[in-house]
Ligand binder design. Structure first.
Ligand code: ZN
Length: 283
């Protein structure tokens, strides 16, 4: 099942994709948001609520919101593909590099990513993200996938000069409207196994990143196990698992996103997340 958050007729809600439409799950689940629904119902139960239901809106008529518009936590993993670690010249690490994003940096599918006026170094990063469905602390690696509600595409748009002001990535990863999430999340029963997924990023139709997600240095279960040792993972929390090689700032010459560009991140078996890019303040 594909679950998503969206706006229709001026109202924010969430639902399940059925054919070319979407079935509004808010009244059926008895919650206002997908995050609340994941906290209230096991994800398989949400699938049952949508079963046989007619579409309430056409996909063409909705505004996509980030799959989880209001996660309590967004944890991002840096340098989690060997090719990307090598291209950035960093040493091998024993533990994952983690940083956080604020929820209000996110936008949904087809909504613009915004290049801030502070920088011309706005870089692309296609990623696989995991949405947590079941609460847990100190989750053993062999049980970690039981805590996953679904998989989605993520665009971890990065303002490189601000990312590099200090050893902490936070400023460069938290300008408004720099993180794309969507179009939907696919529940584990319908998603391919993570190692079988292929991630492709395209800028203006040209492939700029392509990698098997099997190349992750720290796997999804390893990340969930590690992160849940220091913080409790809760329904709706998001883990963006890192970007593969091919990012723009290490290219010669560098390749950055600018106003008027189109960028997309596709994951086989999940979907394609697309955004126009606009420059802040441009008219
Ligand atoms: Zn990233």
């Amino acid at each position: 099942m594909k679950l998503l958050s969206y706006r229709h007729n001026g109202r924010d809600t969430f639902g399940a994709v059925t054919g070319k439409g979407v079935c509004d799950l808010a009244p059926r689940a008895g919650t206002r948001t997908l995050r609340e629904a994941l906290a209230k119902h096991p994800v398989a139960q949400l699938a049952q609520l949508a079963q046989g239901a007619a579409a309430d809106a056409r996909l063409d008529d909705i505004i996509y919101l980030p799959v989880i518009p209001d996660p309590a936590k967004i944890l991002c993993v840096g340098l989690n593909y060997e090719a990307h670690r090598i291209e950035t010249g960093r040493d091998k690490l024993k533990y994952p590099v983690l940083f956080t994003r604020f929820a209000d940096t996110q936008v949904g599918h087809r909504q613009p990513l915004v290049k801030p006026s502070e920088s011309d170094k706005f870089d692309f990063e296609g990623e696989l993200a995991v949405v947590i469905g079941r609460r847990g602390r100190r989750i053993p690696e062999d049980r970690a996938l039981d805590h996953v509600a679904g998989y989605t595409c993520y665009h971890d748009g990065s303002v490189r000069d601000w990312q590099g002001h200090s050893p902490q990535f936070t400023p460069g990863k938290n300008f408004p409207a720099t993180g794309g999430m969507g179009p939907w999340m696919v529940t584990p029963d319908e998603a391919p196994p993570v190692p079988a997924m292929v991630l492709t990023t395209r800028l203006n139709g040209v492939e700029v990143q392509k990698s098997g997600v099997s190349d992750l240095i720290f796997s999804v279960p390893a990340l969930i196990a590690y992160i849940s040792r220091f913080t409790e993972l809760a329904p709706g929390d998001v883990i963006a698992t890192g970007t593969p090689g091919g990012v723009g700032y290490v290219r010669k010459p560098p390749l950055y996103m600018k106003g008027g560009d189109e960028v997309e991140a596709e994951i086989t078996g999940i979907g394609t997340l697309s955004h126009p890019v606009i420059a802040e303040g441009a008219s």
